[in-house]
Design a protein around this ligand. Sequence first.
Ligand SMILES: *Cc1c(COP(=O)(O)O)cnc(C)c1O
Length: 384
Amino acid sequence: MSLDPQQTCETAACASGVLDIHLGAIVANWRKLRSLVASAACAAVIKADAYGTGLVETGGALAAAGCETFFVAVPSEGVALRAKCPSATIYILNGLAAGQGALHLAHRLRPVLGSSAEVAEWRSELRGDVDRGFAALHVDTGMNRLGLSLEDFASLMGASSRKGLGFPLALVMSHFVASEEARHPLNESQMRNFKEARALCPDIPASLANSSGIFLGREAHHDIARPGYALFGGNPTPSSENPMRNVVTLTVPIVQTRIIEQGESVGYNAQWRARQRCRIATLSAGYADGYPRGASVSEARLKAASPIAHAIIAERRCPFVGRISMDLITVDVSDVPESALKRGDPAVLIGAELTVDEVARRADTIGYEVLTRLGRRYERRYRR
Ligand SMILES: *Cc1c(COP(=O)(O)O)cnc(C)c1O
């Protein structure tokens, strides 16, 4: 046997599975959203490592396709994106973090200022040099999380018409509370509030719509849309068919299979028992890979008739059984022909036929969480 410390780990068999990320589908989704907002521009929100798909890879692909404006959450994401996209416009959604003004200027990051304290700190960072330091202002229209109140925004605009704002204002924005619920009453009131705020600075570009907001119609579009989730294949219109293309496919290998008898349990704490003799496959992924542990299948979950998570093996849907472990998932493969159950054979956990929205529903969470928690142990393969 040769002991070679230089032996590298390059194959999928070395990892817990393969995460296939279709950059071409992300670009196609962006183009589709851009055509939906027609007269407005379309930015891309790629915070949280581009919803788990890779900030630099996704940002690079979108920039190459013509996307000029990006939104991330925190400065470190902006710095990483700047290195990849030297000419992009980059906004930092979480506002100006205390003491980070110089960093923003050095990397040409635009803070989305959301409080009087942030406005004051940004102004003092610029020290009167008002040609530097483009920034956005966030107006709160109903979320009560970030942003200036309408009153504070109005008085800032009133004061600025007399003595200037102290920095170049590039964008005014707000954020929807429940745009994926098309009939939620807050949509209307937020659009009304935002229109009011906009009227105080009619020459400044404005942005309101996230992915689902784009589907609320022209009144939500303004000058620049800010989709995130829909770029990555999430359904922005959950009450109807998903208009977006699937982006992420997660395939993990079968580690082993076994027959268990009626009444035997599977997994930690014996939360699930076989109703009849069945075949179980153990898959190489677990909650440490970001698969939501909330999809564990217990007797209680079965009794509550909650939807049960699946893996697709040999084109058949196989229900999860028992608790999801840190590194392993167990599924009932009794319906799969034995010949299709070789050790190392692939099981699909996410894909076009098993979407992030579906995975989320079966784990009592949302597709956003499923995407942003996608694990680090998978071998990532980027397709153009
Ligand atoms: C995350 C985020 C978005 C993107 O929302 P999606 O629902 O993912 O399209 C847009 N605007 C703000 C302020 C955000 O925080």
